[in-house]
Design a protein around this ligand. Sequence first.
Ligand SMILES: C[S@@+](CC[C@H](N)C(=O)[O-])C[C@H]1O[C@@H](n2cnc3c(N)ncnc32)[C@H](O)[C@@H]1O
Length: 312
Amino acid sequence: MARSFDDFVSYLDAKRSVDDRALHRPTVDRLVAELDERAAARGDEPVRILEVGFGIGTMLERLRAWDVLPQRVEYVGVDIDKTNIAAAADRLTDGDFEQTGPHQFSLVSDEATLTVDLQAADAFAFAADRHDPAVAGPQFDLLIGMAFLDIVPFERVAETLLPLLAGGGLGYFPITFDGVTDFRPVDDPALTATLLDSFHAAMDAPDRPGGSQTGRRLFAELPAAGADHLAAGGSDWVVTPRDDGYPSDEAIFLRHIVDTVEHALLTETPEATLDGVSDDAISAWARQRHAQIDHGELVYLAHNIDHLIRMP
Ligand SMILES: C[S@@+](CC[C@H](N)C(=O)[O-])C[C@H]1O[C@@H](n2cnc3c(N)ncnc32)[C@H](O)[C@@H]1O
């Protein structure tokens, strides 16, 4: 099975419309209200937003399209993968941004000023570097980590990222995976159940950060790290075919998900949880799902949770 970074960029692009449908709107509404308060507290100074696991920048595009951002914003996007950051830079300059430095971009109009600083870096190293305990109040007004907290160790989030918000900064952690994956229809439900349980078991391996139930664990972990929990809600991915096929590029999204499940089952899953299912049977199962995508028959769902916090 061939996978490449270019595939990942296409996947993140195709994921955008799935996320648009999924995001929990009452939590977005609360974020808008809280950001308005941060903007008022900042006066003439820009609101400072840090997005970790920035990917190719689809959340920034969405926040603009949904009119979530205050008038003056300094946005920093950090992703460990420089291919993602290069794709993000292209999307900014292909849009209405002007490049003002090697990693800096800006968009200035009569109504708004938005500057973007893109960093190809590890989010935790970036945060450790930026943290200055002498600064009064939050160093960022908002930290965003979308589809991110389920793939990183929470202890590092608590130790290095959340302190940047101390003094009233907000944390928005949408699309945090929470333990349910399903594909329909399948002609062998028992085999599918074994494979999907094994897929989740691979996420829960002791040497792997995050985990399959991160979404629900955050209800306890965020307050234990000192956060005030402001809002939460389900943001399930549900992809269904229409008469003319899948919307937007969602067939690409589905193919990536099927490949990800197959890859995890073939390379990461503990033998015991697979209950004797062979590699050939796993690959045949994945081929059947791809054939269903070809024919516009496959339905996919995954359960995610969005969280919004404030650090006192
Ligand atoms: C599942 S993707 C989500 C991307 C984007 N937030 C979205 O939802 O479209 C996770 C992203 O986190 C990035 N990432 C993983 N570990 C990271 C780290 N330690 N620091 C910064 N970025 C990281 C990956 O390169 C990837 O782009």
